[in-house]
Design a binder for this molecule. Structure first.
Ligand code: FAD
Length: 508
């Protein structure tokens, strides 16, 4: 072979121009390595799903006539490092050219850039041909502006890609249908059960366990419900368009005990591994709407905003703010409570959200933002520990999208780059959007006392202790006005309660 082409685990894009022609000169390499299994403490389903999806992709490429070398974790010749494996293969096959697709993560990006600089053969990096935007596109869009508002970027993307536009006017006359969306699930309403695939991953699981890789979570009887190839991903997309999209917007912020995925698409794993592209997901939603399947515009706009807006925006931020992983605006240092790893807490909202995350490697956006994220924010947890948890527990977790969502949006550790105010909430929000409080041992209406919901006292403690950092924020004034009008004795009891709860945080 003349050329070695590296395919990373999240680069399973069969439509890439690399694969348009086959050549006897090209050897593709894919590998399962310890450097990737060990940079975070991953969910067992995440590692298994990645490895199985990679292997299926290799089989597909071979079927199309490409030469692919697939190194399993237990291969005795596996050097357990991307670059060391590449070097061995270059030697073995007398390779004279190295090619790779741009990684989405700073860590791997730097690794491969340094590696290429050390090579004495030709090399070239290619785009992944997956996203709507190039890495630096958002940075260029916002150059010279003070605020990096997602809404501005989203409108630009709608116009640029002619999505939900009638000429220069947004379809339906407005850009945003939030007032019609975000409803609580009505009593007795049961969404369809989620579509799960019965992929048997016993082989991958045994391989991972035998290697002694530390993982979290469970995978019942070796079966994993995530789509592991393009065909399954397309099936999930069709299932979503037919069954979930018609109510996606309405219930996108709803939470319900026992309902772990509701009307969400669970396409994040397929998207982040690039089995399917954001454009085909958006196009599918648009055609379902245009075909007049009774899908209202608020549903489809709500969904398009997630992909064309939020997903590309988060990617843009990740490349715009390379120091994001070091920011800690509130100076938080507290350890993450132990029950984030077990779900064993009396707070029903947190128990439900953590337990389902351990069981399915999945929680939907509002559970991540307003339940687990909110608790960590108001309790003042070290954002490094919060990041590590989110980076490991979800099947879709990759740093480029995890970090801006966690450090930025959820923990406000960037001081307001990602969002204009912290997403801090008391039990009031949880009760408004879910039925969690009904099945809880704590009382969501109390601010203090032994049965008071910890979220209430921690919420006020958060605003009180961060006053100098937040008071000037025009979007937060209301919270301080309410706090300042409270009786001194009430405030004192609330803060005392917060101190008690923080001291026993592992037992909450
Ligand atoms: P749906 O609700 O069906 O939305 C459709 C798609 O829109 C998703 O598949 C996703 O690709 C995209 N999307 C929606 N919201 C966002 C967002 N805020 N940022 C980027 N894309 C979005 N998403 C990840 O893909 N990986 C992560 O590691 C990740 N970590 C997160 C951590 C925190 C603290 C928070 C608050 C959010 C995180 N998200 C992450 C964003 C979002 O929660 C998930 O994309 C979503 O829950 C995936 O489930 P779904 O496919 O059913 O999404």
């Amino acid at each position: 072979y003349r050329t070695l082409r590296l395919i990373l685990g999240d680069q399973l894009n069969g439509a890439h121009s690399w694969f348009a022609n086959r050549s006897d000169d090209v050897l593709y390499v894919m590998m399962e390595v310890r450097s990737e299994t060990d940079y975070a403490w991953h969910h067992i389903q995440k590692v298994c799903a990645f490895f199985a999806a990679m292997e299926r992709f290799a089989v597909r490429l071979r079927h199309d006539g490409h030469d692919v070398l697939y190194l399993t974790l237990d291969n005795p010749g596996n050097e357990q490092s991307i670059t060391r494996n590449c070097s061995v293969l270059m030697q073995r096959y007398g390779i004279s050219r190295f090619e790779y697709q741009l990684p989405d993560e700073h860590r791997v990006d730097q690794l491969l850039r340094d590696y290429c600089e050390s090579l004495d053969i030709e090399w070239q990096a290619f785009d992944t041909e997956h996203f709507y935007t190039a890495r630096d596109e958002m940075g260029n869009f916002f150059r010279g502006t003070k605020t990096i508002l997602m809404e501005n970027f989203y409108r630009h993307m709608r116009k640029k890609h002619h999505v939900l536009m009638e000429g220069d006017i947004p379809a339906g006359g407005v850009w945003n249908f939030d007032t019609e969306n975000r409803k609580k699930l009505p009593r007795g309403h049961r969404p369809l059960p989620p579509l799960l695939f019965s992929n048997d991953l016993t082989v991958q699981k045994e391989r991972i366990e035998a290697a002694g890789v530390k993982t979290i979570g469970t995978m019942d009887r070796g079966y994993c419900g995530w789509p592991l190839d393009r065909q399954q991903a397309l099936e999930l997309l069709s299932h979503f368009a037919d069954n979930c999209l018609p109510l996606f917007g309405t219930f996108q912020d709803a939470m319900q005990a026992g309902e772990w995925s509701l009307y969400h698409s669970r396409l994040s794993f397929s998207l982040n591994t690039k089995m399917i592209s954001p454009q085909e997901v958006v196009d599918k939603a648009l055609s379902a709407w245009e075909n007049g399947n009774g899908i209202a515009i608020n549903q489809v706009e709500g969904f398009v905003r997630q992909i064309l807006g939020w997903r590309e925006y988060m990617r843009g931020l990740y490349w715009m703010v390379p120091e994001l992983n070091t920011l800690n605006f509130f100076g938080n240092t507290r350890k993450l409570p132990n029950w984030y790893w077990s779900g064993e807490t009396k707070m029903n909202c947190l128990r439900q959200s953590v337990k389902q995350s351990l069981e399915y490697a999945y929680a939907h956006h509002i559970q991540r933002l307003m339940v687990t994220g909110n608790f960590a924010l108001i309790a003042g947890i070290n954002p490094g520990e919060v990041d590590a948890w989110y980076l490991g527990i979800y099947a879709d977790a990759l740093e480029w999208v995890e970090l801006p969502n966690t450090r930025g949006m959820s923990q406000f550790a960037d001081g307001g780059i990602t969002g204009s105010k912290p997403y801090a909430a008391s039990a009031n929000y949880i009760d408004k959007m879910s039925d969690y409080c009904k099945g809880c041992q704590y009382n969501n209406n109390l601010r203090h006392g032994a049965s008071s919901c910890p979220l209430n006292s921690l919420y006020w403690n958060f605003f009180d202790r961060n006053r100098t950092k937040l008071e000037g924020n025009p979007r937060i004034g209301m919270a301080y006005r309410i706090w300042d009008r409270m009786e001194p004795a009430e405030k004192e009891a609330t803060l005392r309660q917060a101190a008690v709860y923080l001291a026993m945080i592992d037992q909450l």
